[in-house]
Unconditional design. Structure first.
Length: 255
């Protein structure tokens, strides 16, 4: 769907002049320069991982290497977002929609299904997702101006439809690969905390804040890998408890 300027001006719930600077130029010159500079430097890394992912995907899961998905970005504009495919082809999304709806309505940490040993994932994919390497193809989105290196994560259309008007304030910034929420706890935070951090970024965005977030991204990713590994281990241990408990009970009865 192609949005008219008038529709774009209303997308965050408040009337906005279609010809305003906010609609015409969502990215300051300094921010666009950072995006292009870092993205061009990352292109060789993207090429290498594309080759590796091609081999891995062919060996473990039939289907395309890249995953294309519609996401919601600046002022509600939709675009095609690129990722390395980490799930089995034609994986069911109903479980994710239910999980997301539960997170949005509760005050619990936004843990990903990956930590629960999501069976839709191809072998080894949880590490790619926890480290953010599956999102490297979004460098293409950054170069096209649909995304930025730093900004709120682009959400899915069905998630956007459930946002309250005040929550859509987070769409007043171009979506990014990393952001204030991502380096402030991410999966340890609640949905409301994520929204407040994203809105805070739209109001405090600056050159120094972006650089600070970029520097903090690697430590945040290492923490996320540790959290995911720990969650997967706990899920495995929890799954083995019933059988062990049953065995103990049976032994006690026999004795």
């Amino acid at each position: 769907m192609i949005m008219t300027p008038e529709k774009e001006a209303q997308v965050d719930g408040r009337p906005r002049k279609a010809g305003s600077q906010e609609l015409v130029s969502p990215l300051p010159a300094w921010k666009r320069a950072i995006d292009i500079g870092f993205s061009l430097m990352a292109l060789p890394v993207l090429a290498l991982f594309t080759l590796l992912m091609t081999v891995l995907t062919k060996l473990t899961s039939p289907g395309p290497v890249l995953f294309r998905q519609e996401r919601v970005g600046y002022l509600g504009r939709r675009f095609i977002c690129y990722k390395f495919r980490t799930m089995k082809a034609k994986a069911d999304t109903s479980a994710h929609q239910a999980h997301l709806a539960q997170l949005m309505q509760s005050n619990t940490p936004m843990t990903k299904m990956d930590s629960k040993r999501d069976k839709r994932l191809i072998p080894g994919a949880w590490m790619l997702r926890a480290s953010g390497l599956d999102e490297l193809p979004q460098i293409i989105n950054v170069l096209q101006g649909q995304m930025s290196l730093v900004g709120p994560r682009p959400c899915l259309p069905y998630e956007y439809e459930q946002y309250l008007p005040w929550q859509r304030e987070r769409f007043r910034a171009t979506p990014g690969l990393t952001g204030l929420w991502q380096v402030s706890g991410k999966n340890r935070t609640t949905f409301d905390e994520m929204i407040h951090l994203d809105i805070r970024y739209t109001k405090e965005r600056s050159f120094l804040l972006d650089l600070r977030i970029i520097v903090m991204t690697l430590p945040a990713l290492l923490t996320q890998i540790g959290d995911t590994r720990r969650g997967r281990k706990e899920t495995l241990e929890a799954a083995s408890v019933p059988s062990e408990y049953s065995g103990t009970s049976s032994s006690s009865i026999n004795n």
